[in-house]
Design a binder for this molecule. Structure first.
Ligand SMILES: [Zn+2]
Length: 371
């Protein structure tokens, strides 16, 4: 594939199948009905963070919550000031994985708290069982694990709320997670979560529409059962693919019923490796950027797709390739295939809730109450 970095009309690639000019597109979309708070991102690398900042400014995102490495937090705070807050995470890349998710996690939580973080993230996706198994315990990252209970107790004592990644797309349960005796069924992922929601009454933000955007009725039940539960809309490919399948009426009535408890998030991941210009096939396959312009497009594509879904009447293919399509139906799709993106034209009042007010009401008051 020719990935020319000089030409202005760039070859279509996984973050821009449609050859959009994401700078012009941001102008065309115009300012959102209010500045957007992105409650879910992973900002790594200072040079990549600067690219992200350009994207954020163009697309009307005024503040960001990021799961960055603790060691990068001071520099990011210098770059973003008060407009970036941090979510405490364990050191996933640590050599001593067991330590990183036991005592090391408790230390990280204290460190993040000292840097102003008031949210602790628990990643407990089904594939965390593979990750845990490599460290000797498939349930190392389960919410029922004793060390995770300790982490929750510590968070409670420090006045921190919770974020959790519970489940993955239905497409993954149809393909990667067919061994339910090891991974559990999708419904089973929610059992430890519902126990944790009961045991720790502080607010919980369940990432990626609670992990089940495919099933709004399930989410409705979950939100009804737990007053301390909030959802974020992050994971752009997944959200675009699955939320676009609901009718506009269903989607809007879900958003209005639960207004105040649904928070905008993107799950944008930045890293300095994106800025290196190379043609590493592994990078290409993973849809990763190669060079500054691709990094820009990779990050911009997420805000473009989410805002287009929420704000417009667009009805066409997503500009972002979605490899889940080929994973489920390899005879019908290739790696560059993309799903339908349905513009939901969400009323402005409701958009302001999802984009800003729900996050502000929850997080600003939490920060004020837990200085
Ligand atoms: Zn994430």
């Amino acid at each position: 594939m020719n990935r020319s970095h000089e030409s202005s009309t760039r070859a279509p690639w996984s973050a821009n199948r449609l050859g959009l000019n994401y700078r012009e597109e941001a102008k065309r979309l115009g300012a959102p009905p209010c500045p957007i708070i992105d409650v879910h991102s992973h900002i790594h690398g200072l040079r990549a963070a600067e690219v992200y900042r350009e994207v954020r400014d163009l697309y009307g995102v005024s503040s960001t919550y990021s799961m960055s490495r603790l060691s990068e937090v001071p520099a990011l705070q210098e770059l973003f000031g008060d407009s970036m807050r941090f979510i405490a995470v364990p050191e996933f890349m640590a050599e001593d994985r067991k330590h990183a998710h036991t005592q090391g996690f408790l230390d990280s939580i204290e460190g993040f708290h000292g840097r102003g973080s008031r949210i602790v993230k628990f990643w407990t996706a089904p594939r965390s069982r593979d990750y845990g198994k490599e460290a000797g315990d498939p349930l190392l990252l389960s919410l029922d694990n004793e060390w995770r209970q300790r982490a929750m107790d510590l968070a409670d004592s420090l006045g921190m709320m919770f974020m959790a990644h519970i489940a993955d797309p239905d497409t993954w349960f149809q393909t990667k997670y067919t061994d339910a005796s090891f991974y559990g069924t999708k419904a089973q992922q929610y059992e430890p979560f519902e126990r944790a929601l009961e045991a720790h009454p502080s607010p919980w933000i369940a990432a990626h529409m609670g992990g089940w955007p495919e099933d709004l009725a399930f989410l409705d039940g979950l939100l009804s059962r737990h007053d301390n539960l909030y959802l974020d809309t992050s994971a752009t490919k997944w959200m675009v693919r699955e939320l676009s399948k609901h009718s506009r009426d269903e989607f809007i009535s879900f958003l209005s019923k639960w207004a105040g408890r649904i928070l905008f998030g993107s799950d944008i991941v930045t890293m300095d490796e994106h800025l290196i210009e190379d043609d590493d096939p592994a990078k290409l396959k993973a849809g990763q950027a190669s060079g500054r312009e691709e990094a820009f497009e990779l990050y911009a594509s997420r805000y473009w797709a989410l805002r287009t879904m929420y704000e417009t009447n667009y009805d066409g293919e997503s500009p972002i390739a979605d490899p889940d399509l080929a994973m489920v139906a390899p005879e019908r799709f290739d790696d560059m295939a993309a799903p339908r993106l349905q513009g939901m034209n969400v009323p402005k009042e409701l958009l302001r809730s999802v984009y800003r007010d729900a996050a502000r009401d929850l997080l600003d008051s939490w920060h004020a109450d837990h200085p």
